[in-house]
Write a protein that binds this ligand. Structure first.
Ligand code: OMP
Length: 208
């Protein structure tokens, strides 16, 4: 699936919405990407193939795929299935519990142990808060963050003049891969000739 097809897919599923939205960071955005709305098996399979394709295209090598709770859990599980089935890359995966468990097997990590080079999978990076929490979990388990793969790079400012993603790349010395970026959405809207797309296009460009 190419970027254009992926954008059609997220528009059709209602995952990508255009309008006016308040973000976690308090910013007012003309669009919102709600990965929680991928809520059928078929949609999840398509999404997983998008992530797996981005990882395979980048020829990114890692030891464990880690999906931070809660939204990262189905992403890690289904992407590892797609990596194995569609790209012949069979890798361990893990996720964390948000609540500490004091009985049974104990511990906060489910699936494979967090060890070696860990690839984090998540939905969106805006200001980088969620991803820093994931880094802390990896380090607390004695592993190394090695890369991040997300569905959408919103290309937003971080805590400095750099973008949030550039900050993550520099601070942790790791690459951030994405299926699509804000620029891809802008290109998609620009290629559509209807009036509504043009209106959204202006708002998106202004926001960028
Ligand atoms: P940061 O922690 O600021 O990087 O924001 C990332 C989180 O914001 C995501 O994990 C989502 O919970 C949420 N979010 C989206 O899901 N989609 C968006 O388009 C924008 C945000 C957001 O609030 O910034």
């Amino acid at each position: 699936m190419n970027k254009h097809q992926f954008i059609e897919f997220v528009m059709q599923t209602g995952v990508l919405k255009l309008g006016e939205f308040t973000l976690k960071s308090g910013r007012i955005s003309p669009y919102f990407f709600n990965a929680g709305l991928f809520n059928t098996g078929g949609q999840l399979a398509t999404l997983a193939k998008g992530y797996a394709g981005a990882i395979a295209d980048a020829k990114f090598d890692f030891d464990v795929l880690f999906g931070p709770a809660y939204k990262g859990i189905p992403l890690a599980a289904t992407t590892s299935v797609s990596l194995a089935q569609d790209f012949n890359i069979d890798k361990p995966y893990a996720f964390n519990r948000k609540e500490a468990k004091d009985h049974g097997e104990g511990g906060n990590i489910v699936g494979h142990a967090l060890e070696g080079d860990v690839l984090i999978i998540d939905d969106v990076i805006t200001a980088g808060t969620a991803i820093r929490e994931a880094m802390d979990i990896i380090k607390a388990n004695g592993a190394r963050p090695a890369g991040v793969v997300i569905a959408l790079d919103r290309m937003e400012k971080g805590q400095s003049d750099l973008s949030a993603i550039q900050e993550v790349e520099q601070e942790f010395g790791i690459p951030v891969m994405s299926i699509i970026t804000l620029n891809d959405i802008i290109d998609y809207l620009a290629a559509k000739n209807d009036e509504q797309s043009q209106q959204y296009l202006d708002a998106m460009k202004a926001y960028r």
